[in-house]
Design a protein around this ligand. Structure first.
Ligand SMILES: Cc1cc2nc3c(=O)[nH]c(=O)nc-3n(C[C@H](O)[C@H](O)[C@H](O)COP(=O)(O)O)c2cc1C
Length: 263
């Protein structure tokens, strides 16, 4: 006990601006701060997960034109049926619970994804299973289908949704919920005016060829989206990713099956 008292007394008598006291204060401060940060990270993880899920639901409502300020997101989201699609078969699967299935994690899992040889969207691997959201009318018939899409822009991978009308070809909307493109340039993908262009555009032509294009110059009005001014590289990324996910390696098989009642 007296030894401890001696150490404390010696410590007290040390100069305040000496090496020992400075180091002691710095190390104690680091330890306390790291404990506070770890405590917050662990305890807030659950809240963050819930907020992430609500944000995703909000984005799905937005892309389907059903989001208004002040609505109960969880309640409104109940009009959607989440369902997992096997992209290789182009069919629904009940192998996974759509409420807990994580498309992003699946894309990293070699058992649940494929490595892409042709990779226009620069995503490296493509999940074999994706969660889609069916919006049904009151009579139970299909109204819209919401598909997850992602791909590389200039600085980041853009994650979003595309909403299609029940014919699987007419676009209702497109919305990104995560990216790190530059504000005022690539981040203009979030500009409501730019997003409004997608409504009514057709993915394929009457012969079933993939035609939707984001470009500076317009070739076919019904398939054309104007590239963002000063952000051609992000625009090219969006062009590539939309073509990828609407094409053979993406949802094309599923969308065809959905039309034929074979999904
Ligand atoms: C700091 C900085 C940030 C930029 N961010 C983006 C971006 O997010 N998306 C993009 O396409 N281009 C961005 N650019 C511009 C590109 O380098 C390139 O000039 C542009 O995509 C060409 O588009 P334009 O042909 O429409 O001018 C950025 C440039 C700078 C200097």
């Amino acid at each position: 006990m007296s030894k401890l008292n001696n150490i404390l007394t010696n410590f007290k008598n040390m100069p305040v601006d000496g090496m020992t006291k400075t180091l002691f204060v710095a190390i104690t401060l680091c330890l306390v701060c790291s404990m506070v940060v770890s405590f917050a990270a662990v305890n807030l993880k659950e809240v963050q997960e819930v907020n992430k899920a609500i944000d995703k639901q909000k984005n799905i409502l937005q892309v389907a034109g059903l989001y208004y300020e002040g609505i109960d997101v969880e309640k409104s989201f109940s009009s959607f049926e989440p369902i997992v699609v096997d992209l290789n078969q182009g069919k629904f699967t009940n192998r996974f619970d759509p409420l807990t299935f994580d498309d992003k994690k699946a894309a990293q899992d070699p058992q649940l994804s494929i490595s892409l040889k042709e990779d226009p969207a620069s995503i490296g691997r493509r999940t074999n299973f994706a969660t889609v959201y069916l919006l049904k009318k009151e009579d139970g018939s299909l109204d819209k289908v919401i598909l997850p899409i992602h791909g590389y822009g200039l600085w980041s991978t853009l994650y979003g949704f595309i909403a299609l009308e029940k014919n699987g070809n007419d676009i209702f909307g497109l919305q990104f919920y995560q990216h790190a493109e530059t504000p005022g340039l690539g981040a203009e993908v979030d500009n409501p005016k730019w997003k409004a262009q997608w409504k009514g555009k057709k993915i394929n032509n009457d012969s079933g060829e993939l035609m939707i294009t984001v470009a500076k110059t317009q070739k076919y009005k019904e398939h054309h989206i104007d590239a963002l001014a000063g952000a051609t590289l992000t625009s090219n990324g969006v062009d590539n990713l939309v073509k990828f996910w609407m094409g053979e390696a993406g949802f094309k098989k599923f969308l065809t099956n959905l039309q034929n009642g074979a999904a």
